[in-house]
Design a binder for this molecule. Structure first.
Ligand SMILES: *[C@@H]1O[C@H](CO)[C@@H](O)[C@H](O)[C@H]1NC(C)=O
Ligand SMILES: *[C@@H]1O[C@H](CO)[C@@H](O)[C@H](O)[C@H]1NC(C)=O
Ligand SMILES: *[C@@H]1O[C@H](CO)[C@@H](O)[C@H](O)[C@H]1NC(C)=O
Ligand SMILES: *[C@@H]1O[C@H](CO)[C@@H](O)[C@H](O)[C@H]1NC(C)=O
Ligand SMILES: *[C@@H]1O[C@H](CO)[C@@H](O)[C@H](O)[C@H]1NC(C)=O
Ligand SMILES: *[C@@H]1O[C@H](CO)[C@@H](O)[C@H](O)[C@H]1NC(C)=O
Ligand SMILES: *[C@@H]1O[C@H](CO)[C@@H](O)[C@H](O)[C@H]1NC(C)=O
Ligand SMILES: *[C@@H]1O[C@H](CO)[C@@H](O)[C@H](O)[C@H]1NC(C)=O
Ligand SMILES: *[C@@H]1O[C@H](CO)[C@@H](O)[C@H](O)[C@H]1NC(C)=O
Ligand SMILES: *[C@@H]1O[C@H](CO)[C@@H](O)[C@H](O)[C@H]1NC(C)=O
Ligand SMILES: *[C@@H]1O[C@H](CO)[C@@H](O)[C@H](O)[C@H]1NC(C)=O
Ligand SMILES: CC(=O)N[C@H]1CO[C@H](CO)[C@@H](O)[C@@H]1O
Ligand SMILES: [Ca+2]
Ligand SMILES: [Ca+2]
Length: 567
């Protein structure tokens, strides 16, 4: 989302240093426990009919790629009916497929094929708001029961005879979060754009309506839901002004000037998540997964576990750790995260998504695989964004090419800071026209010009490609030491990050990352108390090491940017 991108730059707060810890985040024996989940951004994955936009039949035709990679689950970003003002996050019918993506029968074919391939299917669920074109909203405007209460309506505050919004709440997209509706003669609340009115979870009819949405898709056999922007779900019912943060330097219209104590992370939000947990658990068949997305503080994120989220997204690689982070920074964030997980729950590691720069652009192409290596060796679930497994990078956009509302709203001088278009370009399948994504004349976003060499087909025949490395990393999750071992994160001076996973009477699994860009060597064996001779399981391109090579860890010399996993 818009502010995520902006805020990332402001909140790289670093937390206190900790000692090494041993950690056992085994968790319950769920089907997703030691796997990777793969996010498909449907518009950009595969176009089956040449209109330049990816679609369901395209996804179905490429499911083998996910099987080949070895991921357990495909999570689809929104495929629902939508005016596409926010590319599907503005939904006008929660139980209909948008024609641009296909039909409900196409969806059924997709899930049938996925089941045959033993892939789980997870859908995006966007509960905070609907489109203002949704029939519920149109009826709400007319005060037709029970729709009248489906949205958050408030009377104007009259100040000296002038109509003003009911309070000072601000939209994530700048300015008052209240929009006057002349027909209903009231303001409605919108956390995001004017065209995305917030739903009112204090209406039991609305709550039931959204449960029916869950039921609809569960009946079609989906294995779970990824819940969007959950922390914004419920607002405080007193509608008090939020306190101002003094001296932020931002304009008064900027949401960063307020402490969001009444519009974010409300207790009632957690209760609603718990009610959804109960609902999905009451369905027969495979246990269902709930993933929740909240860019929030660690305690608020952790709280979702106890209220039924299996995967409250861990965004440390998106906001706490950056290309300039040092080994101690990695250690601090990873330990802090692992130590915060309540007993019995499973860790997760998001390496990228459709709202942020690609991992290969955030960390540099030579470090993209490193982040996946860290996600793979650490306990729990990895979450990978389509295209990152082949090392795709952001495609810079001119102002004219920009279509993401988050970019367009920011204007020609600032769109680069907020537009999410660069990370959403079509998947690069091969070196044919449009990278094999589409046979059309034009694609909805331009294909990156590097596709002739950077594409899946080429990487399949290259030994140290991102594809080859990622595939090996995904299968590392099957290693018992990685599944059940303790975790030790070590900063080896300023240069090396070391992660060791151990089980009694078994050889450890060890990752060493050189965070310098020049060659360094250390006695890693002594530093980490690991065997003096180990074998390369996988190494990134910079390491210049072959799988199976024997390594003397008493004198481990690694080129700049190199990383290696040893057994
Ligand atoms: C959503 O679309 C489905 C399928 O076209 C339709 O049956 C249903 O009535 C629609 N729901 C609403 C609220 O318009
Ligand atoms: C209302 O108008 C009066 C007279 O113009 C002015 O003194 C006062 O500050 C106004 N109050 C507000 C809340 O704007
Ligand atoms: C929210 O719930 C917590 C307990 O989970 C409680 O300590 C806190 O006071 C509650 N906050 C509000 C505003 O009710
Ligand atoms: C689950 O299966 C049981 C037994 O077959 C059946 O009685 C029940 O209605 C099913 N529940 C749902 C939600 O489908
Ligand atoms: C990541 O950064 C956010 C924002 O500064 C902070 O609230 C959170 O505690 C950090 N997480 C970890 C694991 O350090
Ligand atoms: C951008 O679009 C405007 C209006 O369509 C056009 O006049 C201008 O030449 C375009 N600029 C570029 C660099 O394509
Ligand atoms: C945005 O990025 C494009 C592509 O890198 C560049 O040409 C343009 O100058 C940038 N615009 C701004 C305002 O930074
Ligand atoms: C981790 O926890 C699980 C379950 O609580 C236990 O079976 C296992 O032995 C523990 N492993 C270690 C290395 O402590
Ligand atoms: C290598 O790292 C040094 C110090 O961190 C930095 O000054 C230099 O620009 C880097 N060189 C390259 C090519 O990244
Ligand atoms: C890679 O390793 C080989 C064999 O050890 C060596 O001959 C070669 O010089 C190395 N290449 C680089 C770029 O370090
Ligand atoms: C490993 O390197 C150390 C330090 O250079 C050396 O003393 C030792 O003999 C080496 N061990 C092996 C098995 O090569
Ligand atoms: C993190 C986030 O906010 N995700 C989505 C939430 O909803 C807005 C508005 O629809 C989207 O723009 C974001 O992508
Ligand atoms: Ca299409
Ligand atoms: Ca809300």
């Amino acid at each position: 989302m818009l502010l995520t991108v902006v805020c990332v730059k402001l909140i790289w707060g670093l937390v206190g240093l900790r000692e090494s810890v041993a950690q056992n985040a085994t968790g319950k024996d769920e089907w997703w426990r030691d796997t990777f989940i793969y996010q498909v951004y449907p518009r950009s994955f595969k176009d089956s009919n040449g209109d330049g936009v990816g679609d369901l039949n395209g996804i179905t035709s490429k499911l083998e790629h996910l099987v080949d990679l070895g991921v357990s689950t495909v999570w689809l970003s929104p495929i629902y009916a939508s005016p596409m003002v926010d590319f599907g996050y503005d939904i006008s019918n929660f139980t209909a497929i948008d024609p641009i993506f296909g039909t409900i029968d196409d969806f059924k074919r997709l899930t049938t094929r996925a089941k045959a391939l033993k892939l789980k299917v997870v859908l995006d669920f966007v509960p905070n708001h609907s489109s203002d074109k949704h029939p519920w909203f149109l009826k709400s405007v007319q005060r037709i029961k029970p729709f009248d209460e489906y949205y958050i309506w408030k009377d104007a505050k009259m100040v000296n005879g002038t109509r003003k919004p009911p309070n000072n709440w601000l939209s994530e997209f700048q300015g008052s979060a209240w929009q006057w509706n002349d027909q209903r003669k009231q303001y409605y609340y919108h956390e995001f754009t004017v065209g995305q009115p917030d739903l009112n979870y204090r209406s039991t009819a609305l709550q039931e309506e959204m449960k029916n949405v869950f039921r609809f898709w569960l009946n079609l056999g989906v294995d779970g839901f990824r819940v969007d922007a959950i922390n914004f779900l419920v607002e405080d019912s007193r509608f008090l002004d939020e306190p101002k943060i003094p001296n932020t330097g931002f304009q008064d219209t900027d949401p960063r000037t307020l402490r969001h104590i009444y519009t974010s992370d409300q207790n009632e939000t957690y209760d609603i998540v718990a009610s959804w947990r109960k609902l999905v658990d009451s369905t027969n068949g495979t246990r269902k997964i709930i993933l929740t997305e909240a860019y929030t503080t660690l305690p608020y994120a952790m709280k979702y576990y106890q209220f039924g989220s299996n995967i409250p997204f861990n965004f440390i690689f998106l906001r706490n750790i950056t290309s300039v982070s040092k080994p101690v920074d990695y250690k601090r964030a990873i330990d802090r995260y692992l130590n915060s997980i309540p007993a019995g729950y499973v860790a997760n590691w998001v390496t990228g998504n459709h709202d942020n720069s690609r991992v290969a652009s955030r960390f540099g192409p030579h470090r993209a695989d490193q982040i996946t290596m860290i996600a793979a060796i650490l306990p729990g679930v990895g979450i990978i964004y389509n295209g990152d497994e082949i090392g795709m990078i952001d495609r810079p956009m001119s102002w004219n090419e920009t279509i993401d509302p988050a970019g367009c709203n920011a204007g020609p001088s600032r769109y680069n800071l907020t537009s999410r278009d660069p990370a959403r370009t079509p998947f690069q399948w091969d070196s044919s026209i449009n990278a094999g994504f589409s046979t059309g004349k034009k694609t909805w976003l331009p294909v990156h010009s590097n596709y002739k060499t950077l594409n899946l087909q080429a990487e399949k025949t290259t030994q140290k490609s991102s594809y080859a490395i990622t595939k090996r990393l995904i299968s590392l999750k099957q290693n018992p030491v990685v599944q059940r071992g303790t975790t030790q994160v070590t900063a080896i001076y300023d240069a090396f990050l070391g992660i060791a996973r151990r089980l009694p009477n078994q050889s450890p699994v060890v990752l060493i990352v050189n965070l310098y860009n020049h060659s360094m060597h250390y006695d890693v064996a002594t530093f980490m108390n690991i065997p003096k001779q180990m074998t390369v399981y996988v190494a990134n391109a910079a390491a210049n090491l072959s799988i199976g090579a024997k390594i003397n860890t008493s004198f481990l010399q690694l080129p700049g940017n190199a990383s290696v996993i040893l057994l």
